[in-house]
Design a protein around this ligand. Structure first.
Ligand code: C5P
Length: 227
């Protein structure tokens, strides 16, 4: 096995307001995490590391085993940290020897298909650089100061970043070892450490479930195309 995917699922999900950690909320009879795992196991073989909240580690393992079928030996679970970055670091500490490409994926991007994961792995292997899926920005973007519109931002030079984000393992390890700041995604952390990152075409199913409206959208998608 030369590839690992770290699924970060240790967030509290305050903005979703479901009263339990977001990754464990149901989309249908399956949780966000369980849906995410289905995509992961559709992709090429990889070590699968699920980063879970302390009190949900057993449940995370059970869901991962269920999704893995006869590939249970690929599954590792680890308890996450206070921030997403600390949760990724916890996952990184469990990557097996021999793995040279590591992907980091938000459990909250639950409907990402397996081929999106494969395309990120392929891009890292082809370029040697980090690779992230992005989508064009469709809204007109304004620069605002309090409630005053002070300008417009040229959206043609912007893109919305998704996960999974893939990196050479040595690059990600070093970037995490030297990082002293909080970044909103792994690509930013890796770029701050001086490494190039390429953008590939993202997936419409790669949206992040953050608010109740996002959960509703995921529920509709799953209801229209049951899996
Ligand atoms: O909160 P947000 O949706 O931006 O989190 C993105 C992903 O990072 C989620 O899948 C969440 O579970 C994960 N996370 C984590 N540990 C934290 C905070 C967030 O694993 N401390």
């Amino acid at each position: 096995i030369d590839t690992a995917i770290i699924i970060v699922a240790a967030g509290s999900g305050t903005r979703l307001g479901a009263g339990e950690p977001k990754a464990f909320v149901g989309i249908d009879h399956h949780s966000l995490l369980r849906h995410c795992l289905r995509g992961v196991f559709e992709a090429g073989p990889a070590q699968v590391i699920v980063v879970a909240p302390q009190d949900r580690a057993g449940e995370a393992l059970a869901q991962a085993y269920e999704a893995a079928g006869d590939r249970r030996e690929l599954v590792t679970t680890v308890v996450g940290g206070e921030t997403r970055q600390l949760s990724v670091a916890a996952g990184l500490s469990r990557v097996w020897p021999g793995v040279d490409v590591v992907l980091v994926h938000d459990a909250a991007r639950s409907l990402v298909p397996g081929d999106m994961i494969d395309r990120v792995v392929a891009a890292v292997r082809e370029t040697g650089h980090g690779a992230i899926p992005v989508l064009p920005v469709v809204d007109t973007l304004k620069r605002v100061d309090e409630n005053r519109v002070v300008g417009v931002v040229d959206r043609s030079e912007l893109a919305a970043a998704q996960t999974p984000q893939g990196f050479r393992r040595d690059v990600l390890d070093t970037a995490y070892a030297v990082s002293r700041e909080e970044y909103t995604d792994d690509a930013a952390l890796v770029q701050a450490a001086g490494h190039p990152v390429v953008a590939i075409e993202g997936s419409a199913r790669g949206f992040k479930i953050t608010t109740p409206a996002d959960l509703l959208r995921a529920r509709r998608i799953v209801a229209d195309a049951p899996v």
